[in-house]
Each structure stands twice: as structure tokens, then as C-alpha cells.
Design a protein around this ligand. Structure first.
Ligand code: OAD
Length: 417
């Protein structure tokens, strides 16, 4: 069963995952149903309906304020991380969640369809004219409950969808559209709250292979093609491992180039803080992966479906060394991105620079379909200049870039041999 799912995912382009509270259980966020679920201790009608809020906004806010504090102390778990990686791995990936905790976003998933809103959003209960519909407010705990609307002074409400309220039509439409996919997962949900619980049937009727990940059986279990009775934080990393290397990774005999995944946040952080690493990076090349995703997916061209923002280049072998990076940069949403790359200064001197530069150029033009590649070297460096001109790259400009004397070279696809 597991293997047939791996096989289906290996060939899949369109993957949609819908999650519920169980995906955050390993992070310490309580689920709603089950032995120790929230609804065992609290009553929906007193806390999660517009009537309840109208009757006692303070009581409702005490509950949400408590949950905000609890969730604020939780971290994404292995299941969130794998899904964030998949949002970059599959050309068309959608994550639909019933969760309001924001942990998918914190793990780095680029675009999350939040069916039930976000606990980190607030809105004016009276919908006063000066207020936007919802906005983000991370204050925890709020000093006064209910917190006052900054525009009219009336009570704010949590930006979640309560029982008896309709879901955001745009989010619902996008979720329905995302059921048109090759593989549809329902993960960590008891599948009893509609319309979310109906999406898996929609996907199956549309021809998707459907799979459930949940240690317990649910009303959906009998109808899916594959039911994995496992916790999400075990099943998803297991599946991910069996999928093998990332399809948009590239290997030469001595080097490997692979996308920087959201789970590499420690490395991304290091990029920004380690001056030695920064010597060959430049701010506008390293756009965060999530920004890159929105830039590329908004541009209607042949690389629109590929959501990659940043790659790292490693030497192969027992002790891989970081050799360089390349990253997409764009003047703005809808503008064609360029691929910029830079190598570690020491690397230019190791004789591998030509292989590295050639790999990046071929990868950018052929695999990604990027029309223009820019190379930067952080110092007037004869070796790097020779390497780049040997590849047909043209000297573009010399700039003081963040205090570093930097040479830029460029190559357009239509000029490359
Ligand atoms: P539930 O609490 O109803 O269900 C959580 C599911 O996760 C259960 O089926 C568990 O068996 C399963 N589960 C527990 N641990 C798991 C793990 N480690 N891995 C995978 N699964 C695990 O939560 P939801 O289905 O998300 O609505 O609830 C749906 C909606 O009902 C929520 O969005 C909320 C709630 O009332 C609103 O607030 C509108």
C-alpha cells in the first residue's frame, strides 16, 4: 500500500493535501475530538459561534487568548516540514488546512488555503467602516479582553471561522479547484466537519488517487484508496524519504546543486549572519523561498510552475563543502526572474569553478527555463573573470555591493551556444 502511494507520488505533478488538527498534535497543539480533545472540556456553543461571542465576548476571548499563548509556544513538527518541502517539490501543490494555528506557514509552506481562518488574525466585530476585514495581530496575551478595535473602539473578534458562519468563498473555490489533482491526501482530520470533509470525495470523483493518514479510523477511511493508520509525523517523513532525491536537484561528477528547502532555515539564517558566507552573497539574490514562490507563480510564463527560489551547491563526497549558491531574483511580481549565482571565493581557486558555473548555466537555461543568468564575483579576480568569459558570459558592471567590490557578468539564453 505504502509502495503504491510512493509510486503514484513519484510520477505526480499535482498533489493536494488537506490537514486537520492531528497534523499539529505532535507539536503539542490539542486536537478537538478524541480522548483529550478540546471539545471534551469546552462546549462549542459557548465558545465557537457568533451567538456565543454576542453573549459573552470576554469568555470567548479568554479561550482564544489561552490557545494563542499555547500555540505561540509550539514549533512545526516533521509533518509540517515535509509538507513545506513538498510545496516546492511538486509543480502544482496545494495545502488546504482546517487548522488556525499557522504552523504550516511557519514551516515555510508558500501558500496555505486556510478554510477556518487564522487564530493570529483579528477583525472588528461590528465590521466598522474604517477596518479591513481581517488583519494580523500577534499580541499575546492581550492586555484587555476583548481587545478593542483600533478604529472604532468596539470589540475585536478572532479571525477564525465559527460554527454557523460561511467559509471565505475565495478560499473555498480555490480548495475545490485543488481537488482536481493526481494525488489527494487527507491528514490528521476526523473528517466530520463539512465542507472540508467533502473535499476528499470530490477529489476521488475527479480521478485523484486518495490517501488518508490518521492513526484512527474516520468516516473517510473506507472511501479512500489508501488508508495509512499512522501518525502524520511518522508517515510523511517516511514517504518523503522513499521519494528519493529532489527532482530539481542536479549532480555532476564532483558537485551537487539542490534547492534550499524550507527545512534548511538554520542554513538560511546563517547566510544572513555569517559575514564569511555573505561575502559571496548579495541581498537581492537571496530572496526568501516564499517570496520567490509568489514571484514565479504570479508570472505567466514557462517557469511559472516551478517554485524554486534558492539553490545551494555542494561538493560531493564524504564531507560535502558548501561551494556556492544560486537564487532567483526579479524586479517585481510578473517580471521574468534572473538566476544569479556566486561561488565561494576559495572555490574559484580550486579548479572546480568552471564545472560549477557550467552546471548552473545549463541548469538555469535548460531545466528552469530562465532567460538570463547573472554571475557575481566578490572581488576583481582574474580566475573568475577567465572562467566566466570562457563560458561566454559578458562583463556587465562593477558595483560596490554592500561594501564589496563586485563584478557582474551576464548571459542570455538566446546568446548561449
Ligand atoms: P479533530 O480533533 O476532530 O480530529 C483530529 C484527528 O487527528 C483525529 O481523527 C485523530 O485521530 C487524528 N490524529 C491525532 N493525532 C494524530 C497524528 N499524530 N497524526 C495524524 N492524525 C492524528 O480535528 P479536525 O478534524 O481538524 O473547526 O477538526 C475539524 C474542525 O473541527 C476544526 O477545524 C475546528 C473543529 O471544531 C472550527 O473551529 C470551525
Amino acid at each position: 500500500m505504502f509502495q503504491s502511494l510512493v509510486d503514484a507520488l513519484t510520477g505526480a505533478r499535482r498533489v493536494t493535501v488537506m490537514t486537520g488538527a492531528g497534523v499539529s498534535a505532535a507539536s503539542g497543539v490539542p486536537t478537538f475530538r478524541g480522548a483529550d480533545g478540546l471539545w471534551k472540556h469546552f462546549r462549542v456553543e459557548e465558545l465557537a459561534t457568533p451567538d456565543a461571542f454576542a453573549r459573552n465576548p470576554r469568555l470567548v476571548w479568554e479561550w482564544y487568548d489561552w490557545r494563542r499563548q499555547l500555540i505561540g509556544a509550539c514549533e512545526p513538527n516533521a509533518a509540517h516540514h515535509v509538507l513545506a518541502d513538498w510545496s516546492l517539490r511538486f509543480p502544482q501543490f496545494a495545502l488546504i488546512t482546517q487548522n488556525v494555528d499557522g504552523l504550516h506557514e511557519r514551516a515555510g509552506t508558500a501558500r496555505v488555503l486556510r478554510l477556518h481562518g487564522s487564530i493570529w488574525d483579528v477583525g472588528c466585530w461590528r465590521n466598522c467602516a474604517a477596518s479591513p476585514h481581517r488583519w494580523r495581530d500577534h499580541t499575546t496575551p492581550f492586555p484587555v479582553l476583548p481587545p478593542p478595535c483600533p478604529h472604532c473602539g468596539g470589540p475585536l473578534r478572532p479571525g477564525v471561522v465559527w460554527f454557523g458562519e460561511t467559509l471565505d468563498a475565495e478560499v473555498m473555490d480555490a480548495s475545490l479547484a485543488a481537488t482536481d489533482c493526481d494525488v489527494f491526501f487527507t491528514v490528521g482530520t476526523s473528517s466530520v466537519v463539512y465542507p472540508a470533509a467533502g473535499l476528499v470525495d470530490h477529489a476521488r470523483r475527479g480521478g485523484a488517487l486518495t490517501a488518508e493518514i490518521n492513526p484512527d479510523s474516520t468516516p473517510a477511511s473506507g472511501g479512500v484508496d489508501i488508508a495509512l493508520a499512522l501518525p502524520a509525523e511518522r508517515a510523511l517523513p517516511d514517504l518523503d524519504r522513499r521519494l528519493g532525491p529532489h527532482p530539481l536537484a542536479l549532480q555532476t561528477s564532483r558537485l551537487s546543486l539542490r534547492p534550499v528547502l524550507p527545512r534548511d532555515t538554520a542554513m538560511l539564517h546563517q547566510l544572513w549572519t555569517d559575514p564569511a558566507v555573505r561575502r559571496f552573497l548579495w541581498d537581492d539574490a537571496v530572496i526568501p523561498v516564499t517570496t520567490a514562490a509568489s514571484v514565479t507563480s504570479a508570472s505567466a510564463n514557462d517557469f511559472a510552475a516551478r517554485h524554486y527560489g534558492l539553490w545551494s551547491l555542494y561538493t560531493r563526497g564524504d564531507e560535502p563543502k558548501l561551494a556556492g549558491f544560486c537564487g532567483l531574483r526579479s524586479e517585481g511580481i510578473g517580471e521574468a526572474p534572473e538566476l544569479l549565482f556566486g561561488l565561494q571565493p576559495a572555490f574559484w581557486r580550486q579548479g572546480l569553478a568552471l564545472e560549477a558555473a557550467r552546471a548552473v548555466v545549463a541548469y538555469g537555461f535548460d531545466t528552469l527555463g530562465i532567460p538570463r543568468i547573472i554571475a557575481a564575483t566578490d572581488a576583481p579576480n582574474e580566475r573568475s573573470a577567465r572562467t566566466l568569459t570562457a563560458l561566454g558570459m559578458r562583463f556587465d558592471r562593477r558595483d560596490d555591493h554592500h561594501g564589496l567590490d563586485t563584478l557582474f557578468y551576464s548571459l542570455d539564453r538566446n546568446e548561449s551556444a
